[in-house]
Structure formats: C-alpha cells, structure tokens
Design a protein around this ligand. Sequence first.
Ligand code: ATP
Ligand code: MG
Length: 412
Amino acid sequence: MEYGVTAGLDIGTTKVCVVISQKDVYGDILVLGVGVAPSYGLRKGVIVNIDSTTESIAKAVEAAEIMAGVDVDELYTGITGGHIKGQNSRGVIAVSSRNREVTYREVDRVIEAAQAINYPTDKEIIHVIPWEFIVDEQDGVKDPVGMSGVRLEVDAHIVTGGATALQNITKSVNRAGFNVEDFVLSSLASAEAVLSEDEKEVGVILIDIGGGTTDTILFVNGSIQYSSVFPVGGKYVTKDISVGLKIPDNIAEKVKLEHGFCSKEYMKSEDDIEIPGVGGRGSKVVPQMTLCNIIEPRVEEILDLVYRDLVRKNALELASGGIVLTGGTASLLGIEEIAERIFNLPVRMALPDNVIGLRDKIASPIYSTALGLSIYGLREDSTGVFESQQNKRGIFRRMKSSLSEFAKEFFA
Ligand SMILES: Nc1ncnc2c1ncn2[C@@H]1O[C@H](COP(=O)(O)OP(=O)(O)OP(=O)(O)O)[C@@H](O)[C@H]1O
Ligand SMILES: [Mg+2]
C-alpha cells in the first residue's frame, strides 16, 4: 500500500463503507476514494453472516480502490455492538528507576497495571486510553515522562469487546482478501471525523445513531472518559412505522427517508402522505402527524437510554460543550430539538466536512465512522496521540498477537 495512505472499513448494520485518505503537505485530510455496499450480514452491529459480510467488504473495498487508484491491503476496522464495554480504571505503581525519574518503562508498567481489571475470558481489550497521570500528589499530568516521583498512577478508559465478534470481523476481512490493521471503537472513529479539538477539550458527547446501534463517547480535557454502545438505532424506528402503518419494512423505510420527521415544528404543510400499495392493493393516505407520532417516541426512547446511562455514570456533567449527533438517523428532521430537550444542552448535527478531495462523496452523517477510521489510521501511522508511542506499541502488539492466535485456530 502506498506510503501515507490509509483505508478505514466501517462494517455497519445497513452498509459497509470504505474510505481511503491521505494527509497532504498542509496537513489537510485528502479523501481519495469511497466505496459503499449494502450490508446484509449484521444484526445490531454484530456479524451474523460471514459470507455475506465478506462479499460486502470485497465490493466496498474494490469500489474505493478504483476511485482512489490505489491498492489497499490493510484496513483500520471499526468495532461496535452490545458486547462492547467501556470502563474507567486506575493503575498504580512505585517508580523504581534510578533517580526516581519516570521513564517510558514506568508508563508502560502503570498502564499494564490499569489493565488488571476483571473482565470475562471471552472478552478482549480493544483500547487502553490514559486520560491522566498522577505523579505523587500531582494530578492532571498528561505526559509524566521525565518527572520525578515515587508513585505513579494512571486513570485510563478501557474498552473491551467479545472475542468471537472480533474473530468474525477478522475472518470476514481476511476472506475478502485484506488484513485488519487495527480495531478501532466506531464512536472513537466517528469522533475523529466530526469533533473539533476545542470541543474535545471543553467536554463533548458524540452520539452516532446508525441503523442497528447507537454509539456514544465522551471527550473531556482532550481524552475519553466514557464510551457506550446501545444496540438500537434507525431500524427500530422503521420497524415501528411498519407495524403502526401495517406496511412492509422496505416501504416503511422509504416512507421514513422521504417524509420522516420527529418534531411537529417540522410539519411541512397539512398535506397527507401517500403510501404506495403492495401486492395489488391500492395506495393509502396517512396524515403527516401520524408518522411523526410514531417516530418521535422511538427517537426519544433511544436518546433517553443514552441520557440515563450518562447520568448513571456521572458523565453528563462533564459535557459542558454539548452534544453532537451523527450517523444516518441523525438526519431525521427535528432530532436536534428532541436531544436538546432531553439533555438540556446545546446540540448540533455533524457530518464529515473538514476534508478536501472527494468531499462531496462523504458529505453525509452515514460516513462519519469510515472517514474517521481512515483519519485514525493516518494519525497512528505518524505519531501516537491516544497513547504515547511506546505504550501504544506495547499494547497493540499484545493485542495483535492474541488475535493472530485466533486466526491460527480458524485457518489451521
Ligand atoms: N434522511 C434520513 N432520515 C431518516 N433516517 C435516515 C436518513 N438517512 C439514513 N437514515 C437511517 O439511518 C440508518 C443508517 O445509518 P448508518 O449508515 O449510520 O448506519 P450503519 O452504520 O449502517 O449502522 P450501525 O452503525 O448501526 O451498525 C438507517 O436506519 C436509515 O434508515
Ligand atoms: Mg455506523
């Protein structure tokens, strides 16, 4: 693969998407190629059919490669699903180096200590992201290397995921003819695409509402202090339209995309909505408010789920910068108003636009994750921003080696 070019693979519940990008000499993100294929092999963000997912991945990568004119072999791959768990953990060690000076070795050790959390054996660690170090009594330290002290502590956000879900991603990617360069939490990737550095400092919650999952992440002081995946999304809204209006799912989806809105301020006129008939039956007419009355409570439920979890984990109070919505379901007219009401914070809808190149090809909130994965890759290729270079290598090396064990088991 060409130097300085990365590819992000977002295996979503409704579509598989690949974005190939590069950093230009001015530091701007240049989008070179985008490939999308419908996804049929997932349920709520988790692969349930490997063959069909493999096929979608192959199609999406090929389309992106043709557009970009580059060949891809390594993919920064997103991970989501109800099996994902984000939790905070503290690690503590004694500084044992000569002069009592903190070196990379101590940083590695303390991060290792933070990983000593209790998690079931069928789970794997995906990220260990330190948010602050404490040297003796001094807290709020971003980079402790070179400081003197006797005791080093770290507060880190740890993300774990189901081992079999990870294996199935690796398997699908490998069968399509590619390798997983790294697994990246989908919400972390979306954040790369749509959040500003200022927002991440002040405190912001990103909510990516897709088809089958709602991925949430909180940044404060530039790092992650909360993440969560809720296994519900736009498909749930569609299902309810289908039940409520007694129409098939595919028609319900069309009606939602064409006419859907979830706050009555968005009622276009008094016009009724005409719903095409199926199986020789005539079309029927439904008042716009009926549709809104189905969609609004479902969207409220999804956002309320997120709200309650944030409150329970004392995370909401850290988000003075407000809420950012992305993902396909964030396109619903009126969703910002609902979110403002629930969170009592400023809300904005975001799509990837801070890029150059094939900018118009990804100007939709459904592309946040794929673009973000590719940007994450560009960052990781240069310097580690989430973990100091040394630790990151250590952690990822460990993670990758355990994954290749799975690969061996499967492909033996
Ligand atoms: N304009 C729109 N109005 C309402 N809903 C929309 C609109 N555009 C897309 N959606 C909904 O967004 C969802 C797809 O979003 P997205 O592409 O972000 O999901 P995904 O990444 O495939 O799934 P997930 O992230 O949940 O695994 C679908 O449920 C679709 O109905
Ligand atoms: Mg998604």
